[in-house]
Design a protein around this ligand. Structure first.
Ligand SMILES: C[S@@+](CC[C@H](N)C(=O)[O-])C[C@H]1O[C@@H](n2cnc3c(N)ncnc32)[C@H](O)[C@@H]1O
Length: 433
Protein backbone atom coordinates (compact mmCIF):
# COMPACT_ATOMS: atom_id res chain seq x y z
CA UNK A 1 0.00 0.00 0.00
CA UNK A 2 1.24 3.47 -0.82
CA UNK A 3 1.23 5.51 2.34
CA UNK A 4 -0.51 8.83 2.72
CA UNK A 5 -3.91 10.32 2.83
CA UNK A 6 -5.26 11.85 -0.34
CA UNK A 7 -3.12 14.58 -1.79
CA UNK A 8 -3.98 18.24 -2.21
CA UNK A 9 -7.01 19.45 -4.15
CA UNK A 10 -4.79 19.89 -7.20
CA UNK A 11 -3.62 16.33 -7.06
CA UNK A 12 -7.18 15.18 -6.53
CA UNK A 13 -8.18 17.00 -9.72
CA UNK A 14 -5.45 15.17 -11.60
CA UNK A 15 -6.62 11.79 -10.36
CA UNK A 16 -9.89 12.27 -12.22
CA UNK A 17 -7.64 11.79 -15.23
CA UNK A 18 -8.57 11.01 -18.77
CA UNK A 19 -11.91 9.30 -19.01
CA UNK A 20 -11.75 5.72 -20.20
CA UNK A 21 -13.54 5.21 -23.49
CA UNK A 22 -16.66 3.11 -23.67
CA UNK A 23 -20.36 3.35 -23.01
CA UNK A 24 -21.67 5.88 -20.59
CA UNK A 25 -23.85 4.78 -17.77
CA UNK A 26 -25.47 6.20 -14.69
CA UNK A 27 -26.65 5.08 -11.32
CA UNK A 28 -30.35 4.47 -11.83
CA UNK A 29 -30.60 1.73 -9.23
CA UNK A 30 -32.63 2.60 -6.17
CA UNK A 31 -30.58 2.49 -2.98
CA UNK A 32 -31.06 -0.71 -1.07
CA UNK A 33 -32.85 -0.47 2.27
CA UNK A 34 -30.56 0.12 5.22
CA UNK A 35 -28.86 -2.98 6.45
CA UNK A 36 -30.46 -4.20 9.64
CA UNK A 37 -28.03 -4.68 12.46
CA UNK A 38 -28.57 -8.43 12.42
CA UNK A 39 -25.59 -10.70 13.14
CA UNK A 40 -27.15 -13.65 11.33
CA UNK A 41 -27.10 -11.74 8.08
CA UNK A 42 -23.46 -10.90 8.53
CA UNK A 43 -22.52 -14.52 8.44
CA UNK A 44 -24.32 -15.13 5.19
CA UNK A 45 -21.14 -14.01 3.50
CA UNK A 46 -21.03 -11.32 0.87
CA UNK A 47 -24.69 -10.58 1.29
CA UNK A 48 -25.65 -7.68 -0.92
CA UNK A 49 -24.15 -6.67 -4.20
CA UNK A 50 -25.52 -4.71 -7.09
CA UNK A 51 -24.18 -3.06 -10.21
CA UNK A 52 -25.32 0.07 -11.99
CA UNK A 53 -27.45 -0.05 -15.10
CA UNK A 54 -26.58 2.03 -18.10
CA UNK A 55 -28.37 5.36 -18.40
CA UNK A 56 -28.10 6.78 -21.94
CA UNK A 57 -29.94 9.92 -20.79
CA UNK A 58 -27.08 10.74 -18.45
CA UNK A 59 -23.98 10.68 -20.67
CA UNK A 60 -21.79 12.59 -18.23
CA UNK A 61 -22.02 10.17 -15.38
CA UNK A 62 -19.89 7.10 -14.74
CA UNK A 63 -18.55 5.26 -17.75
CA UNK A 64 -17.85 2.11 -15.78
CA UNK A 65 -20.43 0.04 -13.99
CA UNK A 66 -19.31 0.49 -10.42
CA UNK A 67 -20.44 -2.17 -8.00
CA UNK A 68 -21.73 -1.40 -4.52
CA UNK A 69 -20.85 -4.24 -2.21
CA UNK A 70 -21.21 -4.81 1.52
CA UNK A 71 -18.19 -6.75 2.78
CA UNK A 72 -19.13 -8.31 6.10
CA UNK A 73 -16.64 -10.14 8.26
CA UNK A 74 -16.64 -13.69 9.51
CA UNK A 75 -15.74 -12.36 12.94
CA UNK A 76 -17.81 -11.13 15.88
CA UNK A 77 -21.10 -9.41 15.00
CA UNK A 78 -19.85 -6.00 16.09
CA UNK A 79 -17.03 -6.01 13.51
CA UNK A 80 -17.82 -3.37 10.91
CA UNK A 81 -19.25 -4.15 7.52
CA UNK A 82 -17.32 -2.23 4.87
CA UNK A 83 -19.31 -0.45 2.20
CA UNK A 84 -17.36 -0.68 -1.03
CA UNK A 85 -17.78 0.99 -4.39
CA UNK A 86 -15.79 -1.34 -6.59
CA UNK A 87 -14.50 -1.25 -10.14
CA UNK A 88 -15.49 -4.45 -11.95
CA UNK A 89 -13.15 -7.27 -10.89
CA UNK A 90 -11.97 -5.78 -7.57
CA UNK A 91 -14.39 -7.76 -5.44
CA UNK A 92 -13.20 -10.99 -7.07
CA UNK A 93 -9.56 -10.11 -6.30
CA UNK A 94 -10.60 -10.29 -2.65
CA UNK A 95 -13.12 -13.11 -2.60
CA UNK A 96 -10.75 -15.45 -4.41
CA UNK A 97 -8.23 -15.14 -1.57
CA UNK A 98 -8.15 -18.27 0.63
CA UNK A 99 -10.40 -17.94 3.67
CA UNK A 100 -11.55 -14.43 2.76
CA UNK A 101 -12.51 -12.51 4.85
CA UNK A 102 -10.12 -13.61 7.56
CA UNK A 103 -10.71 -12.35 11.11
CA UNK A 104 -9.08 -9.20 12.42
CA UNK A 105 -6.19 -9.56 14.86
CA UNK A 106 -6.21 -7.27 17.85
CA UNK A 107 -3.45 -6.36 20.32
CA UNK A 108 -3.67 -8.29 23.60
CA UNK A 109 -4.34 -5.10 25.61
CA UNK A 110 -5.69 -1.73 24.46
CA UNK A 111 -3.07 0.56 22.95
CA UNK A 112 -4.77 3.88 22.23
CA UNK A 113 -7.60 6.26 22.93
CA UNK A 114 -9.14 9.15 21.02
CA UNK A 115 -8.38 12.60 22.46
CA UNK A 116 -8.89 16.22 21.48
CA UNK A 117 -5.89 18.43 20.69
CA UNK A 118 -5.79 22.17 20.64
CA UNK A 119 -5.76 23.39 17.03
CA UNK A 120 -5.93 19.92 15.48
CA UNK A 121 -9.29 18.51 16.44
CA UNK A 122 -9.26 14.89 17.53
CA UNK A 123 -6.41 12.44 17.30
CA UNK A 124 -5.13 9.16 18.70
CA UNK A 125 -2.92 8.82 21.78
CA UNK A 126 -1.04 5.76 23.00
CA UNK A 127 -2.31 4.53 26.36
CA UNK A 128 0.74 2.35 27.01
CA UNK A 129 4.36 2.11 25.97
CA UNK A 130 4.74 0.53 22.52
CA UNK A 131 7.77 -1.05 20.89
CA UNK A 132 8.74 -0.60 17.26
CA UNK A 133 6.69 -3.11 15.24
CA UNK A 134 3.89 -3.42 17.81
CA UNK A 135 0.39 -3.67 16.39
CA UNK A 136 -1.63 -0.65 17.53
CA UNK A 137 -4.93 -1.49 15.90
CA UNK A 138 -6.49 -3.50 13.13
CA UNK A 139 -9.46 -1.98 11.42
CA UNK A 140 -11.76 -2.63 8.48
CA UNK A 141 -12.71 0.52 6.51
CA UNK A 142 -16.16 2.02 6.91
CA UNK A 143 -16.05 2.97 3.24
CA UNK A 144 -13.91 2.11 0.23
CA UNK A 145 -14.39 4.09 -2.99
CA UNK A 146 -12.33 4.98 -6.06
CA UNK A 147 -10.09 7.97 -5.40
CA UNK A 148 -11.78 9.58 -8.37
CA UNK A 149 -14.81 8.46 -10.33
CA UNK A 150 -14.15 7.44 -13.92
CA UNK A 151 -16.38 9.81 -15.87
CA UNK A 152 -16.82 10.64 -19.50
CA UNK A 153 -15.17 13.93 -20.50
CA UNK A 154 -16.92 15.81 -23.32
CA UNK A 155 -14.62 17.57 -25.79
CA UNK A 156 -14.92 21.17 -24.59
CA UNK A 157 -15.26 20.45 -20.89
CA UNK A 158 -12.82 22.54 -18.81
CA UNK A 159 -10.64 20.99 -16.08
CA UNK A 160 -12.80 22.68 -13.46
CA UNK A 161 -16.05 21.36 -14.97
CA UNK A 162 -14.56 17.90 -15.24
CA UNK A 163 -13.48 18.01 -11.60
CA UNK A 164 -16.92 19.17 -10.48
CA UNK A 165 -18.64 16.41 -12.45
CA UNK A 166 -16.30 13.83 -10.99
CA UNK A 167 -16.97 15.04 -7.47
CA UNK A 168 -20.73 15.07 -8.09
CA UNK A 169 -20.55 11.47 -9.32
CA UNK A 170 -18.49 10.51 -6.30
CA UNK A 171 -21.03 12.13 -3.99
CA UNK A 172 -23.89 10.23 -5.65
CA UNK A 173 -22.15 6.93 -5.01
CA UNK A 174 -21.02 7.74 -1.47
CA UNK A 175 -24.59 8.74 -0.56
CA UNK A 176 -25.77 5.30 -1.62
CA UNK A 177 -22.99 3.67 0.41
CA UNK A 178 -23.97 5.76 3.44
CA UNK A 179 -27.58 4.69 3.15
CA UNK A 180 -26.44 1.07 3.13
CA UNK A 181 -24.24 1.52 6.22
CA UNK A 182 -25.33 0.41 9.67
CA UNK A 183 -26.35 3.44 11.74
CA UNK A 184 -23.25 3.29 13.98
CA UNK A 185 -20.90 3.23 10.99
CA UNK A 186 -22.76 6.06 9.28
CA UNK A 187 -22.59 8.14 12.47
CA UNK A 188 -18.83 7.39 12.72
CA UNK A 189 -18.30 8.53 9.11
CA UNK A 190 -20.32 11.71 9.58
CA UNK A 191 -18.48 12.60 12.80
CA UNK A 192 -15.04 12.74 11.13
CA UNK A 193 -13.26 16.02 10.39
CA UNK A 194 -13.97 17.88 7.16
CA UNK A 195 -11.18 20.11 5.88
CA UNK A 196 -12.56 20.19 2.33
CA UNK A 197 -15.78 22.07 3.10
CA UNK A 198 -15.89 23.55 -0.39
CA UNK A 199 -16.53 20.03 -1.72
CA UNK A 200 -19.50 19.59 0.65
CA UNK A 201 -19.91 17.31 3.65
CA UNK A 202 -20.16 13.86 2.06
CA UNK A 203 -17.25 14.23 -0.38
CA UNK A 204 -15.29 16.56 1.92
CA UNK A 205 -15.20 13.86 4.59
CA UNK A 206 -14.01 11.34 2.01
CA UNK A 207 -11.22 13.62 0.74
CA UNK A 208 -10.08 14.62 4.23
CA UNK A 209 -10.04 11.16 5.75
CA UNK A 210 -9.28 8.68 2.97
CA UNK A 211 -6.19 6.50 2.95
CA UNK A 212 -4.87 5.55 -0.46
CA UNK A 213 -5.17 1.90 -1.42
CA UNK A 214 -3.56 0.65 -4.63
CA UNK A 215 -3.45 -2.72 -6.33
CA UNK A 216 -7.09 -3.74 -6.10
CA UNK A 217 -8.19 -2.96 -9.66
CA UNK A 218 -7.14 -5.79 -11.93
CA UNK A 219 -4.95 -4.78 -14.85
CA UNK A 220 -4.81 -1.08 -13.95
CA UNK A 221 -1.75 0.50 -12.36
CA UNK A 222 -1.51 4.06 -11.07
CA UNK A 223 -4.13 6.57 -9.97
CA UNK A 224 -6.86 5.22 -12.28
CA UNK A 225 -6.88 2.04 -10.22
CA UNK A 226 -6.49 3.59 -6.78
CA UNK A 227 -9.07 3.50 -4.04
CA UNK A 228 -9.40 5.55 -0.93
CA UNK A 229 -10.54 4.06 2.39
CA UNK A 230 -12.14 5.88 5.29
CA UNK A 231 -11.79 4.29 8.73
CA UNK A 232 -13.37 5.07 12.08
CA UNK A 233 -10.12 5.27 14.08
CA UNK A 234 -7.18 5.36 11.64
CA UNK A 235 -8.74 8.36 9.89
CA UNK A 236 -8.38 10.24 13.19
CA UNK A 237 -4.59 10.16 12.98
CA UNK A 238 -3.02 13.59 12.86
CA UNK A 239 0.08 14.57 11.00
CA UNK A 240 2.15 16.07 13.77
CA UNK A 241 2.42 14.80 17.26
CA UNK A 242 2.08 16.44 20.63
CA UNK A 243 2.66 14.82 23.96
CA UNK A 244 -0.29 14.95 26.31
CA UNK A 245 -0.29 14.83 30.07
CA UNK A 246 -1.44 11.37 31.03
CA UNK A 247 -1.51 10.07 34.57
CA UNK A 248 1.06 12.78 35.36
CA UNK A 249 3.60 10.90 33.26
CA UNK A 250 4.29 13.65 30.80
CA UNK A 251 3.84 17.35 30.44
CA UNK A 252 2.38 18.90 27.34
CA UNK A 253 5.21 19.34 24.86
CA UNK A 254 5.11 19.83 21.14
CA UNK A 255 7.36 17.23 19.57
CA UNK A 256 8.93 17.02 16.16
CA UNK A 257 7.47 15.84 13.07
CA UNK A 258 6.94 15.36 9.47
CA UNK A 259 8.34 12.26 11.19
CA UNK A 260 5.41 9.99 11.94
CA UNK A 261 5.57 7.36 14.66
CA UNK A 262 3.01 5.02 13.08
CA UNK A 263 2.43 3.46 9.70
CA UNK A 264 -0.13 1.15 8.12
CA UNK A 265 -0.22 -1.89 5.94
CA UNK A 266 -3.36 -3.14 4.25
CA UNK A 267 -4.09 -6.83 4.62
CA UNK A 268 -6.22 -8.02 1.72
CA UNK A 269 -7.16 -11.35 3.33
CA UNK A 270 -8.91 -9.66 6.27
CA UNK A 271 -9.74 -6.52 4.26
CA UNK A 272 -8.26 -4.36 6.97
CA UNK A 273 -5.66 -1.79 7.84
CA UNK A 274 -3.07 -2.63 10.46
CA UNK A 275 -1.48 0.27 12.24
CA UNK A 276 2.02 -0.33 13.63
CA UNK A 277 4.44 1.63 15.79
CA UNK A 278 7.46 2.48 13.62
CA UNK A 279 9.63 3.31 16.62
CA UNK A 280 9.27 2.98 20.38
CA UNK A 281 6.40 5.15 21.60
CA UNK A 282 5.86 6.28 25.20
CA UNK A 283 2.47 6.15 26.94
CA UNK A 284 0.69 9.43 26.28
CA UNK A 285 2.37 10.22 22.94
CA UNK A 286 0.12 11.24 20.11
CA UNK A 287 0.11 8.72 17.27
CA UNK A 288 0.91 10.33 13.94
CA UNK A 289 0.82 9.37 10.30
CA UNK A 290 2.27 10.88 7.15
CA UNK A 291 -0.18 12.72 4.92
CA UNK A 292 2.42 13.48 2.27
CA UNK A 293 5.76 12.28 0.97
CA UNK A 294 8.16 13.19 3.78
CA UNK A 295 11.32 12.84 1.71
CA UNK A 296 10.59 15.98 -0.34
CA UNK A 297 11.48 19.54 0.82
CA UNK A 298 9.31 21.29 3.41
CA UNK A 299 7.99 23.76 0.80
CA UNK A 300 6.53 20.87 -1.24
CA UNK A 301 5.07 19.21 1.85
CA UNK A 302 3.46 22.53 2.79
CA UNK A 303 1.63 22.66 -0.57
CA UNK A 304 0.07 19.24 -0.02
CA UNK A 305 -0.81 19.92 3.62
CA UNK A 306 -2.58 23.12 2.54
CA UNK A 307 -5.18 20.80 1.00
CA UNK A 308 -5.86 19.59 4.56
CA UNK A 309 -6.18 23.18 5.74
CA UNK A 310 -3.26 23.38 8.15
CA UNK A 311 0.34 24.51 8.26
CA UNK A 312 2.67 21.96 9.81
CA UNK A 313 4.72 23.48 12.61
CA UNK A 314 6.96 20.49 13.27
CA UNK A 315 10.69 20.93 13.86
CA UNK A 316 11.55 19.63 10.35
CA UNK A 317 9.26 22.28 8.83
CA UNK A 318 10.45 25.01 11.19
CA UNK A 319 14.14 24.36 10.54
CA UNK A 320 13.56 23.59 6.87
CA UNK A 321 17.03 24.43 5.44
CA UNK A 322 18.87 21.99 7.74
CA UNK A 323 16.17 19.31 7.63
CA UNK A 324 15.73 19.58 3.84
CA UNK A 325 19.47 19.06 3.36
CA UNK A 326 19.41 15.95 5.56
CA UNK A 327 16.33 14.60 3.79
CA UNK A 328 17.92 15.18 0.37
CA UNK A 329 20.94 13.14 1.52
CA UNK A 330 18.60 10.45 2.85
CA UNK A 331 16.78 10.27 -0.49
CA UNK A 332 20.07 9.49 -2.22
CA UNK A 333 20.44 6.35 -0.09
CA UNK A 334 18.90 4.04 -2.66
CA UNK A 335 22.03 4.31 -4.78
CA UNK A 336 24.07 3.21 -1.74
CA UNK A 337 22.04 0.01 -1.46
CA UNK A 338 22.40 -0.63 -5.18
CA UNK A 339 26.16 -0.03 -5.08
CA UNK A 340 26.61 -2.46 -2.19
CA UNK A 341 24.61 -5.13 -4.00
CA UNK A 342 26.64 -4.55 -7.19
CA UNK A 343 29.81 -5.06 -5.14
CA UNK A 344 28.34 -8.36 -3.83
CA UNK A 345 28.32 -6.80 -0.31
CA UNK A 346 32.14 -6.94 -0.23
CA UNK A 347 32.88 -3.19 0.04
CA UNK A 348 33.51 -2.29 3.71
CA UNK A 349 33.45 1.46 3.04
CA UNK A 350 29.95 1.13 1.54
CA UNK A 351 28.86 -0.93 4.56
CA UNK A 352 30.01 1.91 6.83
CA UNK A 353 28.12 4.44 4.66
CA UNK A 354 24.91 2.39 4.94
CA UNK A 355 25.24 2.44 8.74
CA UNK A 356 25.77 6.21 8.72
CA UNK A 357 22.75 6.59 6.48
CA UNK A 358 20.58 4.69 8.95
CA UNK A 359 21.81 7.01 11.72
CA UNK A 360 20.67 9.99 9.62
CA UNK A 361 17.26 8.39 9.01
CA UNK A 362 16.82 7.91 12.77
CA UNK A 363 17.90 11.51 13.45
CA UNK A 364 15.20 12.78 11.08
CA UNK A 365 12.60 10.42 12.57
CA UNK A 366 11.96 8.68 9.26
CA UNK A 367 12.04 5.10 10.57
CA UNK A 368 8.97 4.17 8.53
CA UNK A 369 10.41 4.85 5.05
CA UNK A 370 11.04 1.97 2.67
CA UNK A 371 14.71 2.89 2.33
CA UNK A 372 15.27 2.25 6.05
CA UNK A 373 14.19 -1.39 5.60
CA UNK A 374 16.28 -1.70 2.43
CA UNK A 375 19.43 -0.50 4.21
CA UNK A 376 18.85 -2.88 7.10
CA UNK A 377 18.41 -5.71 4.62
CA UNK A 378 21.67 -5.06 2.78
CA UNK A 379 23.53 -4.78 6.10
CA UNK A 380 22.05 -8.11 7.20
CA UNK A 381 23.33 -9.67 3.97
CA UNK A 382 26.74 -8.01 4.39
CA UNK A 383 27.09 -9.79 7.76
CA UNK A 384 25.90 -13.11 6.35
CA UNK A 385 28.48 -12.77 3.56
CA UNK A 386 31.15 -12.30 6.25
CA UNK A 387 29.96 -15.43 8.15
CA UNK A 388 28.89 -13.18 11.06
CA UNK A 389 25.62 -14.73 12.26
CA UNK A 390 25.55 -12.63 15.44
CA UNK A 391 25.81 -9.35 13.56
CA UNK A 392 23.34 -10.51 10.90
CA UNK A 393 20.80 -11.61 13.51
CA UNK A 394 20.79 -8.11 15.02
CA UNK A 395 19.82 -6.63 11.64
CA UNK A 396 17.34 -9.49 11.03
CA UNK A 397 15.66 -8.64 14.36
CA UNK A 398 15.30 -5.02 13.29
CA UNK A 399 13.94 -6.04 9.88
CA UNK A 400 11.46 -8.42 11.50
CA UNK A 401 9.91 -5.37 13.23
CA UNK A 402 9.03 -3.77 9.90
CA UNK A 403 5.52 -5.23 10.07
CA UNK A 404 4.06 -2.33 8.06
CA UNK A 405 6.07 -3.42 5.04
CA UNK A 406 6.08 -6.53 2.92
CA UNK A 407 9.59 -7.87 3.15
CA UNK A 408 11.10 -11.31 3.09
CA UNK A 409 10.44 -13.60 6.03
CA UNK A 410 13.55 -13.40 8.24
CA UNK A 411 12.25 -15.37 11.22
CA UNK A 412 14.72 -18.19 10.54
CA UNK A 413 17.57 -15.69 10.90
CA UNK A 414 16.63 -14.22 14.28
CA UNK A 415 18.65 -16.77 16.24
CA UNK A 416 22.41 -16.51 15.48
CA UNK A 417 22.70 -20.26 16.16
CA UNK A 418 20.12 -21.04 13.49
CA UNK A 419 21.24 -23.64 10.91
CA UNK A 420 19.63 -21.34 8.30
CA UNK A 421 22.80 -19.23 8.38
CA UNK A 422 25.22 -21.86 7.17
CA UNK A 423 22.75 -22.90 4.49
CA UNK A 424 22.27 -19.30 3.30
CA UNK A 425 23.51 -18.76 -0.27
CA UNK A 426 25.44 -15.65 0.85
CA UNK A 427 27.17 -17.38 3.77
CA UNK A 428 30.96 -16.91 3.69
CA UNK A 429 31.04 -15.32 0.23
CA UNK A 430 33.17 -12.40 1.51
CA UNK A 431 36.56 -13.09 3.08
CA UNK A 432 37.30 -10.98 6.16
CA UNK A 433 40.89 -9.79 6.16
C1 LIG B 1 -7.65 12.88 8.74
S1 LIG B 1 -8.16 14.20 9.76
C2 LIG B 1 -7.35 13.81 11.27
C3 LIG B 1 -8.32 13.75 12.41
C4 LIG B 1 -8.91 15.08 12.80
N1 LIG B 1 -7.97 15.86 13.61
C5 LIG B 1 -10.22 14.89 13.55
O1 LIG B 1 -10.55 15.72 14.40
O2 LIG B 1 -10.93 13.94 13.23
C6 LIG B 1 -7.19 15.48 9.07
C7 LIG B 1 -7.40 16.84 9.68
O3 LIG B 1 -6.84 16.90 11.00
C8 LIG B 1 -6.22 18.18 11.20
N2 LIG B 1 -4.76 17.98 11.40
C9 LIG B 1 -4.05 16.87 11.20
N3 LIG B 1 -2.75 17.06 11.52
C10 LIG B 1 -2.64 18.33 11.91
C11 LIG B 1 -1.55 19.14 12.35
N4 LIG B 1 -0.32 18.66 12.40
N5 LIG B 1 -1.80 20.42 12.68
C12 LIG B 1 -3.05 20.93 12.61
N6 LIG B 1 -4.13 20.23 12.19
C13 LIG B 1 -3.93 18.94 11.85
C14 LIG B 1 -6.46 19.00 9.94
O4 LIG B 1 -7.63 19.74 10.12
C15 LIG B 1 -6.69 17.91 8.90
O5 LIG B 1 -7.43 18.35 7.81
Amino acid sequence: MKRGFLNSSKAKARTLGPAPSGNSSGSTTEPLPLEPNAPARLLEGLATDFGFEQDPSSPNSAVINMRHTSLPSNGPPDEPVSQCIFYPGSKEVLTELPGFPQPLMHPATPTFCVATFSGKGMGLVSTRALKMGDLILNERPLLLAPQAMPIYRPKNCTDQEHLQRGLAELEKHIKIALERMRPASRAAYLSLANSCKKEGLIVGLFLTNGLELAGLRPGVQGPAGNYSAVCKDISRLNHRQVRVAMKNLLTLTVLASCSPNASTSFDMASFSYRLYAVRDIAAGEELTYQYTDVEVPASERRKVLKGYDFVCACSACKDAPASDARRATIASGESLCRALIEKSFADDALVAKCRAHIALILKEGLEHIILHGSLIRVLMYAHICRSDAKGASEWATKLDNFRWENHEDVRALLDPASPAYKKHHFWGTVTVR
